[in-house]
Structures are given as C-alpha cells and as structure tokens.
Design a protein around this ligand. Sequence first.
Ligand code: SD4
Length: 327
Amino acid sequence: MRSRREFLKFSALTSAALLTPQLSTLTFAGKRKGNKPVMISTWNHGFGANAAGWEILGEGGTALDAVEAGVRVPEADPNERSVGYGGLPDREGKVTLDACIMNHAYECGAVAFLQDIKHPISVARLVMEKTPHAMIVGKGAKQFALANGFKEENLLTEKSEADWKEWLKKSEYKPVINIENHDTIGALALDAEGNLAGACTTSGAAYKMHGRVGDSPLIGAGLFVDGEIGGACATGLGEAVIRTAGSAMVVEQMRNGKSPAEACEIVVKRIIKTHKNKLEDLQVGFLALNKDGEYGGYSIRSGFNFAVVDNTDKGNRMEDAPFKMEW
Ligand code: SD4
C-alpha cells in the first residue's frame, strides 16, 4: 500500500499521462475475486478518472485512493468547466468548489464553498483523516487547506471569466445540466479487498448565487457509501437531490434488495414525482455500485453516461444510463 506522500507524488506524475489511457495498459496485477475491482465514474470525464483509479486498483490499492486519484484528473483539467480548476464561477465571478469523500467504514470528509484550492477532494480527504469533523466550509476550509500544504491558486481561467462576463450581460439564471457533457464528477469503486469508497467533486451550478452549496459535498445527497451494502453518487440539479436525500435513498433501496440499476431508477422516479411542477429542464442522474461489484445508473433525461472499468477484457469504457424521458 502506498503512503499518502507517495500517493500524492504518484497522482501528480501520472494524472496527465492517464487522460488518454491505452486499454492495453489496464491490466490487473492482483488476485481476482468476483467482480472486483471495479470503478464507475460520471460523464465522459469519468474515462480519465477511471484510468487513474485503475492504476491504483490494478495494483491492489484501495478504493479510497482510487476514487480520490480519479476525480483529481478532471479537477486539474482547465477544459472541464464544471469541476475544479477552470470551473464556471458563481454570479460574482468566484469559482467556489464543493467535494466529499466516503469510505466503507462510515468515515467521511467534505468541503463546501471552498475557493482558490485546486483539489477540494484531497482537502475533503484530509478533513476525514485529520479532523474530528465531517465537513468544513468557506474560509475555514481554505485556511485548513493552506495549513496542510495546499497552494492558493487562481482557479478562474480566461475562458471561464469570458463566459461569465458574457453571462453578466443578461444575468439570466437558468441552471442547465448536460451541456457539452461534462458536469460534476462522482466516482465509486470496489477494491480487491472488497472495500467500497466514493468521491464527488464539482464547481456546482454555473452562475449560482454566491454562497450556494449544492448536493455534491453533502453526504447522503451527492454521495453515500455503506460498506456492507453499496455506494451511490448523484449528478444534476443539486437542489432536487438535496430535497430527496438522493444517494442515501439509492443505498437504502439496495439494502432492501434492489439491484444498483433498479435502486437508481426508483429514486429518480421519486424525484420526478416530487418535482412534478418543476420538471422543465430538470436533470438528475445517479450511479450505484454494490458490494458484489454490480453497478447501474439511471437519469431523468437522456444524455447521462458514465465510465466503467473492471477486470474484464472490455477495459475502460463508456455506457449510457437508461432514462425516463428525452429532453
Ligand atoms: C450541483 N449537482 O452543484 C451539482 C451540479 C451537477 O451535473 O452535478 N451537475 O448542483
């Protein structure tokens, strides 16, 4: 197992190279037990995340290390406009980041409304490992990050600033999910030991109110993991996921015997029912992975896809989630 320091060095060295993985490099050195290890991640950027995660899972590393390393890839990519560096700002032009992480043993950490720090997921992990708390927000989260060696950086790229200035001309707030197929990244993994973990990180809804926090850093909403059952993560309009305690409900459905795909579908349909007067343009999608390595997803509307990597000869690949309605 890697020490944390070695791990951070490893992620820095490999994340760039892993953006376009060769399927032939995705081999598994450990012992295969059932359908594990396996990792699933939301949207097209899940592909690069899975590749980074598989480098760890394939060496017998932990699901926790894998999901953290995985989501750090889009966090660092300025072309991903909804996660980390390069993410679209709020209406005041500030990039504010939300993230959380959870392992198989009900340990979790989260940060919200974090500014100027490129890797909120790694700060969230430190909240989990180094503090008695589950969540730190805003200025306190930034102070905590700086005190632990994270660098202060301007996360607003020229492109995101230009888009924000264009938006300011009309200042019309209409959250639209699915644009250019990259949104919040949620990742779930099951390692060779059979341990589950999940991570979720986002810059949130573009042009949100300053101070708005979505579902992504909220354990139970954007992410939930029960090591005995399974894990789930969400993408889409955070307010709808918060109102319905989305990811926790997906895990409860699995606890009651549903498959991951069925569990996601049941909770998406509940969101449709409870939002019937606010359905226009509403998109929410869930992914779930159970303790046996079975996975699935479901979304309100078409267009939600996810990356899967496991120990089959299919390697790292994209799958489309089933959905209830077209746009
Ligand atoms: C949020 N759930 O802040 C996030 C945004 C998102 O796909 O997931 N977009 O509401």
